[in-house]
Design a protein around this ligand. Structure first.
Ligand code: SME
Length: 158
């Protein structure tokens, strides 16, 4: 496996297309979940330069901070709290163009202006969420949702 990510240029679709193939390659032959989650966050952060990219893992009745790239973050989030806890409770992707307008948003970093959170669902249960934060308002849309959902399906959750 090459250890350098090839940073793609072009439209958001072009960038995701290239990145998805590379993430597939990164995960091939590696079965360790944490190693794979760690590389996914690094690849996304490197390609797009977002403020924060990370996983929160469902442990009992809380989300607990998992592999991430970016500033230090809140370690535990309860179900239904903030964008992450809401995505878990509703088992759906939440795109938040302006975090200040999301009731109950948890501000781990004051620099975060917009956010997307996707649930990782296995056997009809949310097992984790992928949380991504940007310093720009309205940085995420349907394109991000569709590509990031594909990224999530690559994860062999064991
Ligand atoms: N803003 C998130 C909390 C996690 S941090 O952004 C890393 C939320 O409201 O759930």
């Amino acid at each position: 496996m090459s250890e350098d990510l090839h940073i793609a240029n072009g439209s958001k679709d072009d960038q995701y297309k290239s990145l998805l193939q590379q993430i597939k390659g990164l995960l091939e032959g590696e079965t360790d979940l944490i190693a794979n989650l760690a590389n996914i966050t690094a690849a996304l952060k490197e390609q797009f330069g977002w403020l924060w990219v990370g996983f929160y893992l469902v442990k009992g009745d809380e989300l607990v901070l998992g592999p991430f790239q970016g500033p230090i973050a809140c370690t535990r989030i309860r179900k239904g709290r903030g964008v992450c806890g809401s995505s878990w409770e509703e088992a759906k992707t939440l795109v938040v163009p302006d975090v200040e307008k999301f009731p109950g948003h948890i501000a781990c970093s004051s620099l975060s202006r917009s956010e997307i959170v996707l649930p990782v669902i296995r056997n009809n249960q949310v097992v984790a969420v992928l949380d991504i934060d940007s310093e720009q308002l309205a940085d995420y849309d349907e394109t991000d949702k569709q590509w990031l959902e594909q990224v999530i399906t690559l994860i062999d959750w064991v």
